[in-house]
Design a protein around this ligand. Structure first.
Ligand code: C5P
Length: 230
C-alpha cells in the first residue's frame, strides 16, 4: 500500500508543453508529452494530497483520478493558472516544458507564402520564468520543485549545469533529466538526478515515471516535515 503521507496537503503540478501561437493555425511547441507531470499528480493524489494539475496541451491524456485538471495552452495561460493555485499550496512542482520564447506578434491571418520564394522572419520575445517568479513570491514553508531537461551525455557537464540552474532558480529541489534521442520525452520511463538546494544529490535509476514521481514526493515530504530547514 502507498503511504498516505500527503494527507491534508495541497499541491500544484504543471505538466505538458506550452504552445506559442504564430498565426491562427501555427504554433511553436515542444516534445513534452505531459506523462511525467501526470504521474506526479496521480501519485500525490494516491498519497492523500489535494491536487491541482495544470496541463498544457495534454488533452490526449486521461485525467488522473481525484485530481482537478486545469487545461491551458500558452506559457502565459500556464503562468496565470499556476499563480492562481499556488498561494494555497504546500508544494508546487513545475514539470511542464514552458517555452522560453514566443512569437513577438500573433498574425491575425494565416501567414502566406509569396511567389518570390522569400521566407518570413519570425521575431521572438521572452516568456516570463514562471518557476523563478513562484520562488520569489511563495508563502513561507512552501516547497517548490523544478525540472531541467538537459541534452548532452557527459555526466559532469549535465550535473554542473543543473547545479547552476538550481542556484539561479532558487527552488528547493531540481529533477534533472537527460533528453533527446528517445530519452524522457514521450516515453513511459525516466531517469536522472534529484538535486537539493542544500547540496544533496540522488541518482534516479531508470524506471517508470510513477517511480520517479514517488521519489520526488518522498523528498518533498521530507522537506515538509522539517520546516525551517531551507
Ligand atoms: O531554464 P529551464 O527552462 O531549463 O528550466 C526548467 C524549469 O523551469 C522547469 O521546471 C520549467 O517548468 C520551468 N520554467 C518556467 N518558466 C519558463 C521556463 C521554464 O517556469 N519560462
Amino acid at each position: 500500500a502507498l503511504p498516505r503521507d500527503l494527507e491534508g496537503r495541497r499541491v500544484v503540478v504543471s505538466a505538458g508543453g506550452t504552445r506559442e501561437p504564430l498565426d491562427p493555425v501555427r504554433y511553436l511547441g515542444n516534445r513534452s508529452s505531459g506523462k511525467q507531470g501526470y504521474a506526479l499528480a496521480r501519485v500525490a493524489a494516491q498519497r492523500g494530497a489535494t491536487v491541482t494539475l495544470v496541463g498544457a496541451n495534454t488533452s490526449e491524456l486521461p485525467d488522473p483520478a481525484g485530481v482537478e485538471v486545469v487545461p491551458v495552452s500558452t506559457a502565459e495561460q500556464l503562468a496565470a493558472a499556476v499563480r492562481d493555485a499556488a498561494p494555497a499550496a504546500d508544494a508546487v512542482v513545475m514539470a511542464a516544458a514552458v517555452a522560453d520564447f514566443r512569437p513577438a506578434t500573433l498574425a491575425e491571418h494565416k501567414i502566406k507564402k509569396t511567389d518570390d520564394m522569400s521566407a518570413p522572419t519570425v521575431p521572438l520575445t521572452r516568456n516570463p520564468d514562471i518557476l523563478a517568479g513562484l520562488v520569489a513570491s511563495r508563502p513561507k514553508d512552501q516547497i517548490v520543485v523544478g525540472f531541467a531537461a538537459e541534452t548532452g551525455d557527459e555526466r559532469g557537464s549535465v550535473l554542473d549545469h543543473a547545479r547552476t540552474k538550481l542556484k539561479r532558480k532558487g527552488c528547493d529541489l531540481l529533477v534533472v533529466n537527460a533528453v533527446g534521442e528517445g530519452k524522457a520525452f514521450g516515453t513511459d520511463d525516466n531517469t536522472g538526478w534529484l538535486l537539493s538546494q542544500q547540496g544533496l544529490q540522488w541518482r534516479i535509476p531508470l524506471g517508470s515515471k510513477s517511480r520517479l514521481a514517488a521519489t520526488v514526493w518522498d523528498a518533498v515530504g521530507e522537506l515538509m516535515r522539517q520546516p525551517g530547514q531551507r
